[in-house]
Design a protein around this ligand. Structure first.
Ligand code: GLA
Length: 425
């Protein structure tokens, strides 16, 4: 009996490891002649795979909207309902933005006598269950927020040591997503504070997305994959060019840890909040998509402008973020003053590559990329599709590519190898 069970265990482990490896194999196109070691280093996924939580969620990065970046604590149930309506009427919901997430400040500052969290009676008089019912009736999902500490950052009740009861309450309301913050954490290590909520959510029997918000302090990419579906890698974003670019660079470091089931989270989008110009927001959105970041809209969707909608609803850029291969793209080359002329790239399913030419200089610049920098053999011919012009700009580009890019702007492409110029098929 014992012998059989060991054999079954070994076979299951082998099948599991093979499936994990299959899921992480890099798409080395048959035409590519670049040495494996080079490609593997360029698009390293070696830290992904063995530790991922598997609640069936986050096969691709989560998409939706959150209250925090625009509304902060000025929220109420009307805002949430109107935003759910606006996600539908703008077409954003049908592009995949389905989580409607209430961030901090939904709860009253004290629990009730039974120790339960209470929705703030002034701002959420109908309660969270009624809101969940409302967003569900629109085909959307509802998220709430709490904290792996004794208070949230805005000093509402936190869930540390109350994980089970809180998770059960949210599940009874029909909540689909939890963002779990890091304030007032009593100095206890996050590796001790975040798993109890994972277990509590699992025990509810409801499928609830678990988004860790530990701010990257203890390098969560290294341990959060077995706990949650995404983990913040940085401090809070704000609506400035310097904040957005700094955060992109920090998130970039953790690329090899991301993959289906668990994603690096460089924080919510600021697109549309007014602190950056059109080119800067276009770059913000393109780089977030290339990095397989969660795409959580952070502006007032009820009053969205045409430019903002154009950025957030670019289907081709969204498709890069949501590509089933799930490999985080990264910065592969930088030149110019302080390395401000940058090339970011990442492999996609069906042997394609996504590439962003990102001009972080304060003047327009011509950025040139050689195939070797993005892992292609020099003789490979590719067709190039421009994801902002929505057209194929070349059927046959070989060896390198150059484009003029606006100051603080970007261009984004998908490269599809067309044919080998050598007999390597
Ligand atoms: C922290 C988080 C933010 C936001 C606020 C709310 O700063 O990192 O994303 O949730 O708390 O208070």
């Amino acid at each position: 009996m014992a012998k059989w069970s060991s054999i079954v265990a070994i076979v299951s482990l082998t099948v599991f490891l093979m499936s994990v490896m299959a899921a992480t194999v890099l798409p080395i196109h048959p035409y590519l002649k670049v040495e494996d070691t080079f490609i593997s280093k360029l698009y390293d996924t070696s830290n992904y795979g063995f530790l991922q939580i598997d609640n069936g969620l986050a096969r691709t990065p989560q998409m939706g909207w959150s209250t925090w970046n625009f509304f902060a604590c000025n929220i109420n149930e009307t805002v949430i309902k109107e935003t759910a309506d606006a996600l539908i009427s703008t077409g954003l919901a049908s592009l995949g933005y389905t989580y409607v997430n209430i961030d901090d400040c939904w709860s009253r500052s004290t629990r009730n006598l039974k120790g339960e969290m209470i929705p703030d009676p002034k701002t959420f008089p109908s309660g969270i269950k009624a809101l969940a019912d409302y967003v569900h009736s629109k085909g959307l999902k509802l998220g709430v927020y709490s904290d792996a500490g004794i208070f949230t950052c805005q000093v509402r009740p936190g869930s540390l040591f109350q994980e089970k009861n809180d998770a059960e309450l949210w599940a009874s309301w029909g909540v689909d997503y939890l963002k779990y913050d890091n304030c007032y954490n009593l100095g206890l290590p996050p590796q001790k504070r975040y798993p109890p909520m994972r277990d509590a959510l699992n025990d509810t029997g409801r499928t609830i997305f678990y988004a860790l918000c530990e701010w990257g302090i203890d390098d969560p990419a290294k341990w959060a994959g077995k706990i949650g579906n995404s983990w913040r890698t940085t401090d809070d974003i704000n609506d400035t060019w310097i904040s957005m670019t700094t955060i992109a660079d920090i998130n970039n470091k953790w690329a090899s840890y991301a993959g289906p089931g668990g994603w690096n989270d460089p924080d919510m989008l600021e697109v549309g909040n007014g602190g950056m110009n059109y080119h800067e927001y276009k770059g913000h959105f393109s780089i977030w998509a290339l990095m397989k970041a969660p795409l959580i809209i952070g502006c007032d969707v009820r009053n969205i402008t045409a430019d903002t909608l154009k950025i957030l609803s670019n289907k081709e850029v969204i498709a890069v973020d949501q590509d089933p291969l799930g490999v985080q793209g990264r910065r592969v080359y930088a030149s110019g003053p302080d390395g401000c002329q940058q090339v970011w790239a990442g492999p996609l399913s069906r042997n394609r590559l996504a590439m962003v030419l990102w001009n972080r200089c304060s003047n327009a610049a011509t950025i040139t990329v050689k195939w070797s920098a993005i892992g292609l053999e020099p003789s490979i011919s590719v067709s190039m599709r421009d994801l902002w012009k929505h057209e194929v700009i070349s059927e046959n580009t070989v060896g390198s590519f150059s484009a003029r890019v606006n100051a603080h702007g970007c261009e984004m492409y998908i490269l599809t190898p067309r044919r080998a110029t050598r007999s390597s098929v």
